[in-house]
Design a protein. Structure first.
Length: 390
């Protein structure tokens, strides 16, 4: 098999790049280790920055997002029961975010690839990139007993943190930065009316909580839990009780509870791999960087990678200009580290750390008070939350 760009990973990042390039006449093949059903069963965040929403429209995949997604112009921050609103629209120069589930977004991208008869190969086992520093890189994968080879110009590693792409870069070249947080998020998805039309981030002495939503009939809630906890430790009743304790009384009183559709615990970590290019391999999304979900930057950071790669590939194939490809790693990492800083700041601002001393707690309280006393501080938060320019 031969293609121009071989993309490893059939999540939203890989599908998005494949769709954008296909629309410009650039041939791609997407390899995904799991089945389509498995990919679409993954529950992920659903807050899209305005730049990501624009990219979905450019990929001709934004119709359902624009119809069913909810535009949020702000969110609430509760601090031990006292709630204040962060006005994103006012403090970001008129921008907003779109709440639209990542599962639905991925389904839209799959549908678009089907319409255009794009090549997306599922259940591709033992995927391996080869000859990354030569002019003739290729990728092999196994289908049953058969080994299939794909010759290509470039390889995009969009196969997540545990994928093969980053591991294909020699350890003498790759540098990894990681911060592990001493807690996780217990998340519950329920078929209940959301408690608030906008997200509520709650800082409480018992631990952080987040009230989010997927639609007007589907709610997503989280509470901070120790890393030693398991899903089995938390019955639905125990979860709802603890969530209510961490929210302002009036919010807790109007909360509609119900059976969990999905329940999971995600540890929080920050991670960056440098460089994001090795020869003709380019990393994108979780393959290169991960953030805590507090600032809603994960999928949105991947979108900026795709934006840069898309335009770099266009310049190469249409104009013979390789400056975008050559500068990709530095450009992508500059924005990635800004997203890392913002996610770290939101996480330290709103969580209860088990080893915090009284000094740390005073600083955290002062930071929250300063946020809502300063228009400059609110502008900084809003600018980062709606998404820095690509």
């Amino acid at each position: 098999m031969k293609t121009q760009v071989c993309i490893i990973g059939g999540g939203p990042s890989g599908l998005m790049l494949s769709q954008l390039l296909h629309l410009k006449g650039i041939d791609t093949v997407v390899l995904e280790r799991q089945s389509r059903e498995y990919v679409l069963s993954r529950i992920r965040a659903g807050v899209l920055e305005h730049g990501f929403a624009k990219l979905m429209r450019e990929a001709e995949c934004g119709e359902r997002m624009d119809r069913e997604g909810e535009i949020h112009e702000g969110f609430f921050v509760a601090n031990n029961g006292v709630m204040k609103r962060m006005d994103l629209h006012k403090y970001s120069g008129g921008n907003s975010v779109v709440v639209y589930g990542q599962t639905e977004l991925t389904r839209d991208l799959y549908d678009a690839r089907d319409r255009m008869q794009g090549k997306v190969i599922h259940n591709a086992e033992d995927v391996q990139p080869h000859e990354l520093t030569s002019k003739t890189p290729y990728v092999t994968y196994r289908s049953g007993d058969e080994i299939i080879r794909i010759n290509c110009d470039y390889i995009i590693g969009a196969d997540g943190f545990h994928g093969v792409s980053r591991k294909s870069i020699p350890k003498t070249v790759l540098r990894e930065y990681e911060k592990l947080y001493p807690f996780g998020w217990l998340g519950v998805l329920s078929r209940t009316k959301p408690v608030s039309p906008e997200l509520i981030y709650s800082r409480h002495d018992r631990g952080f909580a987040l009230c989010s939503l997927r639609s007007q009939v589907l709610s997503r809630y989280y509470i901070q839990v120790p890393l030693t906890d398991t899903v089995e430790d938390w019955s639905d009743e125990a979860f709802w009780d603890e969530l209510k304790r961490r929210l302002p009384e009036d919010v807790a009183a109007r909360m509609v509870t119900g059976p969990s559709i999905e329940k999971s615990i995600a540890p929080l970590r920050s991670f960056v791999a440098e460089p994001m290019r090795y020869g003709n391999l380019f990393l994108a999304g979780d393959a290169a960087h991960i953030v805590p979900p507090t600032g809603a930057r994960g999928l949105n950071s991947a979108a900026s990678d795709i934006y840069y790669l898309y335009h770099a590939m266009l310049a190469h194939y249409q104009n013979g200009d390789d400056s975008g490809l050559d500068g990709y790693s530095a450009k992508a990492l500059a924005r990635v580290w800004k997203a890392q800083r913002f996610s770290w700041w939101m996480t330290t601002l709103l969580h209860t750390f088990p080893d915090s001393i009284e000094y740390d707690k005073k600083l955290q309280q002062t930071d929250l008070e300063y946020l809502f006393s300063s228009e400059a501080a609110q502008s900084s938060l809003a600018e980062n939350y709606v998404g820095l320019p690509f």
